[in-house]
Write a protein that binds this ligand. Structure first.
Ligand code: AMP
Length: 116
């Protein structure tokens, strides 16, 4: 379990690790995934350090909604809103979550394959 002190996304937010932030507002920011799993692979990251969805208080629901709104906007900007895209939030080990700072993957730009 990472803490904000050793969290890669917190360090990107704080510009302690170089990264190109392609969108930012008061709630979240967006970067391109360093190991893209699709032609377009973005990460929508809340500025506040949350680990998982479980245990989040209702005050966070506004942040979660804002993240999904940003995802739609990024899909529009990346010209994948009409062709289709996938939103993914990995939760825990079986999902392969690598970074314990909640984030929303936006994947698109070509056929993504099935879920099965
Ligand atoms: P997850 O497996 O859902 O925790 O996703 C974490 C994602 O963060 C992975 O797809 C990584 O490739 C990506 N990632 C890790 N470090 C960086 C970084 N410095 N810049 C951009 N993406 C990163």
């Amino acid at each position: 379990m990472s803490s904000p002190a050793d969290c890669v996304f917190c360090k990107i937010r704080d510009q302690e690790i170089p990264s190109v932030i392609i969108y930012e507002d008061g709630i979240s920011f967006v970067i391109r995934d360093i190991e893209p799993k699709a032609p377009i692979h973005l990460l929508v990251i809340p500025k506040e350090h949350f680990t998982r969805l479980v245990g989040l208080s209702p005050e966070f629901y506004e942040t979660l909604g804002a993240m999904f709104t940003v995802a739609q906007e990024m899909a529009r900007r990346e010209s994948i809103a009409d062709s289709g895209y996938r939103l993914v939030i990995n939760q825990g080990g079986d999902a392969g979550q690598q970074v314990d700072h909640l984030h929303l993957h936006v994947l698109g730009g070509g056929p993504l394959g099935g879920m099965g």
